[in-house]
Design a protein around this ligand. Structure first.
Ligand code: XUL
Length: 526
């Protein structure tokens, strides 16, 4: 048997496709199309339209549709057995919103395969561009919605997150305030994920609970649109939102457009799409609350799962619904590699010497603490950058190398405590995850064994696995997540970095001092 499933990932800069053979547990196709390179006529830079206002970040939804045609054409040309694909799901950059006129449902249902998606979609958008997650132009609207909902804690309790500029609700409010005529003409608002699913299924697709959690409009516990949040956002919004659906819901068979044009099986099912972070959670194998992932990129991100919903009432971390039906969190620390590289460069080191410096010092650094806020920090919220050194000599190279990494790991430990779901193991991903010295500190601070997993294409892979899971569930077959992901999300090497018990005890004490240093130096106390 060779059951094939397709996962697509419509991200900020590219559209990727991953086909898995579920029975041989192999990725059999993997392709990516870069928007700037493949579709230069949209004039995007890294997938985003240039704007004189640096806070405004929009992208053209038509570009995403054209990319969908191109990716299917590539698959056909490359001999992918498209007729054998049983189900398709996808991942979309979270928060981005697409605005459709009343004719959209009709247009989606009659996509003409003799022409292309761009021509088919002429006249369906009530707003030609889509604000995406990088947009931060809605601070005023955030304050208005937050106030209407009763403050940070109330907003987080209700929607899973404080009100954030990039979230869809504040973006919709800004659209309604600044372009009321176009808002009036909008019959349906989609997310990037549900827009792409709508094209594939030939009808307006629901928004899944996971991506719906990134809108500040969904009750995170009841998983329905919340009347109070809708009222605080924009008039007449309820009628413009598609229904919400479970992350394994079937939208319907794939549209005849894709059957006729690319040879898909008319019985292939379109599964609801989800956000890129929820899909990555599956692609990284995080299916229970015992495993967390830490991505060490420009920024560091902590992903965790929770079986019960618990929100961060300080409004720093996000809670989303997870594709397993549980909950997941995303906590973003801006000063990740950015800070590590600044310390390395300040002392004219390469990574080898940086690591040797770390290993020449002891866990706990003799009580020396750094608050490495080279850039304004998201968690904890610090608007004015600044490096603070407590009991740390700025000229001591080795101590500074250890201090920046210890601070990052202690900050993650501290700022994920609200989840009340301490992990038992950690999967490390991202550029710096091949650095053993950093991973050892991660293991010692958290007290968890750490192993490395590949992050590349984790969202597209997660989408393909979600397609398999949804299809199995619909067919009445066993759709146990452990079995679904087996063989696809294993660590790069079986070698685990184990925590050192003595070092862990040192950090149990040091984290208290670190927390006090943070409190003493946070801007509100300064
Ligand atoms: C998450 C977020 C980003 C986008 C990127 O809240 O804004 O991770 O999903 O694609």
């Amino acid at each position: 048997m060779s059951r094939l499933f397709l996962g697509l990932d419509s991200s900020t800069q590219s559209l990727s496709a991953v086909v898995i053979d579920y029975d041989s547990r192999k990725v059999v196709y993997n392709d990516s199309l870069n928007f700037d390179e493949a579709l230069p006529h949209y004039n995007t830079r890294n997938g985003v339209l240039p704007n004189a206002n640096p806070l405004i970040k929009h992208s053209p939804p038509l570009m995403w549709a054209e990319a969908l045609d191109l990716v299917f054409a590539h698959m056909k040309k490359n001999g992918v057995a498209l007729g054998k694909i049983l189900a398709i799901s996808g991942s979309g950059q979270q928060h981005g919103s697409v605005y459709l006129k009343a004719n959209a449902a009709e247009v989606f249902s009659r996509l003409d395969p003799k022409t292309n998606l761009v021509k088919n979609l002429a006249g369906v958008f009530s707003r030609p561009t889509a604000p995406i997650w990088m947009d931060s132009s809605t601070s005023k609207e955030c304050a208005e919605i937050r106030r209407a909902l009763g403050g940070v804690k109330a907003a987080a309790e209700l929607t899973g997150s404080d009100i954030f500029e990039r979230f869809s609700g504040p973006q919709i409010r800004k659209f309604h305030k600044t372009e009321p005529a176009r808002y009036q003409k909008t019959a349906s608002i989609a997310l990037v994920s549900s827009f792409m699913a709508s094209l594939l299924a030939g009808k307006i697709a629901p928004i899944d609970h996971c991506d719906g959690s990134g809108m500040n409009l969904m009750d995170i516990r009841k998983k329905n649109w919340d009347a109070k949040a809708i009222k605080a956002t924009a008039p007449g919004l309820k009628q413009k939102l598609p229904p919400l659906a479970a992350p394994w819901a079937v939208v319907g068979p794939v549209s005849s457009y894709f059957v006729k044009k690319y040879g898909l099986n008319p019985e292939a099912q379109t599964l609801v799409w989800s956000g890129d972070n929820p899909c990555s959670v599956i692609g990284l194998g995080l299916i229970d609350e015992h495993t967390a992932a830490i991505s060490l990129g420009t920024s560091d991100t902590y992903f965790g799962s929770m079986s019960r919903c618990c929100v961060d009432t300080r409004g720093e971390g996000h809670v989303f619904s997870s594709p397993t039906g549980d909950y997941m969190t995303l906590i973003c620390f801006k000063n990740g590699s950015l800070a590590r590289e600044r310390v390395r460069d300040e002392h004219h080191l390469d990574w080898n010497r940086f690591n040797r410096a770390i290993t020449s010092t002891s866990p706990g650094n003799g009580g020396a603490i750094m608050l490495p806020w080279f850039e304004a920090e998201i968690v904890p919220r610090v608007n004015t950058p600044g490096i603070h050194r407590i009991d740390l000599d700025a000229t001591d190279i080795a101590a500074n190398c250890r201090a920046v990494v210890e601070a990052q790991m202690m900050s993650m430990r501290l700022h994920s405590q609200w989840m009340k779901a301490a992990p038992k193991r950690i999967r490390a991903t991202g550029g710096a995850s091949d650095n053993v010295a950093i991973l050892q500190i991660m293991a010692d601070v958290t007290g968890c064994p750490v192993c490395r997993v590949e992050v590349a294409k984790s969202a597209a892979l997660g989408a393909a696995l979600r397609a398999a899971h949804g299809w199995l569930k619909k067919s009445g077959a066993a759709a146990d997540w452990k079995r679904v992901i087996a063989g696809f999300t294993e660590p790069v090497s079986a070698k685990e970095i184990k925590p050192n018990a003595k070092a862990h005890r040192v950090y149990d004490r040091l984290v208290e001092k670190y927390a006090k240093c943070e409190r003493d130096n946070l801007p509100s106390r300064a």
